[in-house]
Design a protein around this ligand. Sequence first.
Ligand SMILES: [Zn+2]
Length: 93
Amino acid sequence: MSERYYRTTRARETGTQVTTGHADDMGLDRGEYNGVELTRWYNLCEVHGCIVGHQTLALAKSFAAAPTEWCEDCRYAVEVRYVAEVRAELEQS
Ligand SMILES: [Zn+2]
């Protein structure tokens, strides 16, 4: 069974590009342990180069929409933006 998926999508929460794909296509390790492939699918943050592995494509697809869950730099960028927004609001009031 050869299931292939390789797609770059834009995550709404950060506005950054995330590539989701099979470990083989990404040139990454399947992370096999006792015959079970633990990281068959991967997300790659195209901005920060951060990667995270998943066992199923469904999981990888769901995490593609939420890079702040697994990319520290994305999380930081969103926090900085949030603080700036709050500060701007406070200055207006
Ligand atoms: Zn990132």
